[in-house]
Design a protein around this ligand. Structure first.
Ligand code: NA7
Length: 529
């Protein structure tokens, strides 16, 4: 079997699969190395109960193939993880991708050979592959974070992480369960776990904002309409900051009279989903505007949650949308159940996990199973698990010691011929991932094609281009309130991680335009050799 390729792609999620397809179309040889035993990436691992995408299914899908768009049928407004995984498998089969994907292969190291201008990629099993280019397609939320809570290894029952859930599923019927975390994964899984378990205890460090999904089966007529006008839907979505076709209200919340403002929030609430943040255009720009939305949501919590003390604990204290907004089905209602207890650990960390549960705030809590819904080492976690060595043997983790720096979120000075799909410094997690992935994949494939046409074999960004881009990423982050709280966007959830706002927040359209300008100006900011 050949081990020498034009490109080595790490990861067979939506990014890796399309990258492979696109490179094949352009006549490049490529091999995908994938740690899992199947395609799907994030959707392969995140199988916790209730896992769903928070972008509507008709938009969270590939658009590169009109035939694929037409033949695939989404069944619900928000697709479940099993349905998204079926879609990923359908794509793999339809485009005959599996023959170039090596599963059960975790990449451990990648070294750039300056003399040969090639990368050598090593796997945990000791295999080696050589490629002119390395393209990372490892996902932004794919390196699960297991906090170092003392005593975790002492717990006698099973410990599950939402980001690495057993494939056979878990039945909590009749069990007592503890859940640590109240982020998106917890908010989706808690109502379902509570429905099965004898008792559920939720340990909350930070209360989170969530908006009802109002999920429902898709109406066939509506699907027909979407399919008949897919190009138009995609075109509209690309003009929006998040690459999602939301109806954005360009008014200011604080300048809108109270009664009118309330009406807008109520309408968005009744519709459900992330579009709530598009109720007004200044919710993430102006503290007072943000407070109007935050107060609206807190009033909803008080309406739903019967015990005022519990409602108070569930009410977030930070600004809305600073941490990623969650989308739920029956989350707050769950805390009205007699078999659910909420424990506020905001002022004191969990003391320790014990053999039979955990100790927090001087009290012991007992349960049979422990669920860690504790999130991910976002955006850089998966990349830095691989020991990337660029020019002069420099390690990527050393280069990024103070935080990630990239040119366009796609390339890194000192690491020639390395491309990072949805890397830090690109819109990535602030957008619908699918169009962001497609835009990166197409940019990279076009770049390789242009290099081939010009007889070039090495591409690397210039230090001044990387510097300028890092400045732009930082400046745009500072304009919004989003960079102001302890979220995974700034690495705050991982002790010791440098605090840098990692994604580019200038919006999908501005970013795409910039990438296109770079190409139009002869790959401005890059050295091509
Ligand atoms: P998140 O959103 O990072 O949530 C993780 C949760 O776990 C969050 O509530 C954390 O509290 C909590 N956490 C993490 N470590 C601890 C410790 N040591 N003690 C107590 N609580 C802890 O991850 P998710 O998987 O829910 O969602 C990730 C993204 O996936 C989401 O944004 C969607 O885009 C999909 P904290 O807030 O840090 O105080």
């Amino acid at each position: 079997m050949p081990t020498n390729f034009d490109a080595l792609i790490i990861g067979a999620g939506f990014a890796g699969m399309y990258m492979l397809h696109r490179l094949r179309q352009k006549g490049f040889s490529a091999r995908v190395l994938e740690a899992g035993s199947g395609v799907g990436g994030t959707w392969y691992w995140n199988r916790y109960p209730g896992a769903r995408c928070d972008v509507e299914s008709v938009q969270y899908s590939y658009q590169f193939s009109p035939e694929l768009e037409q033949e695939w049928e989404w069944s619900e407004r928000y697709a479940t993880q099993p349905e998204i995984l079926r879609y990923a498998n359908h794509v793999a089969d339809r485009f005959d991708l599996r023959r170039d994907i090596q599963f059960d292969t975790r990449v451990s190291r990648a070294v750039f050979d300056e003399a040969a201008s090639r990368w050598t990629v090593e796997t945990e099993k000791g295999e080696r592959f050589v490629g002119r280019f390395v393209i990372t397609a490892m996902g932004c939320l794919s390196s699960p974070n297991t906090p170092k809570i003392p005593g975790l290894e002492d717990f006698k029952g099973p410990v599950y992480h939402t980001g690495n859930w057993p494939h056979e599923g878990v039945d909590f019927t009749g069990k007592t369960v503890g859940v640590i975390g109240t982020g998106s994964s917890a908010i989706q899984s808690i109502p379902i776990i509570a429905g099965q378990a004898r008792h559920l205890t939720v340990f909350q460090r930070t209360a989170n904002y969530t908006v009802p999904a109002h999920n429902q089966p898709l109406d066939p007529d509506q699907v027909r309409q979407v399919k008949a006008s897919y190009p138009e839907l995609r075109r509209r979505a690309k003009t929006k900051p998040a690459g999602i076709d939301f109806d954005i209200n360009y008014a200011s919340a604080i300048e809108t009279p109270e009664a009118e403002r309330r009406k807008v929030f109520e309408q968005r609430w009744a519709y459900g989903g992330l579009g709530f943040m598009a109720s007004f255009s200044d919710l993430l720009l102006n503290d007072d505007s943000n407070k109007t939305a935050a107060d609206f949501v807190k009033a909803k919590i008080r309406e739903v949650v019967k015990d005022p003390e519990v409602a108070e604990i569930l009410s977030p204290r930070n600004i809305i949308g600073c941490k990623r907004l969650c989308v739920d089905t029956g989350y707050w209602e769950t805390f009205n159940r007699p078999n659910v207890t909420l424990v506020d650990i905001s002022d004191e960390p969990i003391e320790r996990v014990t053999a039979t549960g955990l100790r927090a705030k001087g009290r012991d809590y007992a349960f049979d199973c422990l669920v860690l819904a504790t999130g991910f080492d976002a955006m850089t976690g998966a990349l830095l698990k691989v020991d990337f060595r660029g020019r002069g043997g420099v390690a990527l983790k050393d280069k990024w010691r103070e935080g990630p720096r990239t040119y366009l979120g796609l390339t890194v000075v000192g690491f020639p011929n390395l491309f990072t799909i949805t890397g830090p410094g690109s819109p990535s997690v602030l957008t619908n991932m699918l169009p962001s992935i497609e835009q990166h994949v197409e940019w990279i494939a076009d770049c390789l094609e242009a290099m081939r046409a010009q007889g070039r074999t090495v591409i690397e960004p210039l230090p001044q281009a990387e510097e300028a881009w890092a400045g732009e990423v930082g400046r745009s982050a500072n304009i919004t309130l989003r960079s102001t709280c302890s979220s995974w966007y700034v690495g705050a959830n991982i002790p010791g991680k440098p605090r840098v706002f990692m994604p580019y927040i200038g919006g999908f359209p501005a970013y795409v335009e910039r990438c296109e300008q770079v190409v139009a100006q002869g790959y401005k900011g890059f050295a091509l050799a």
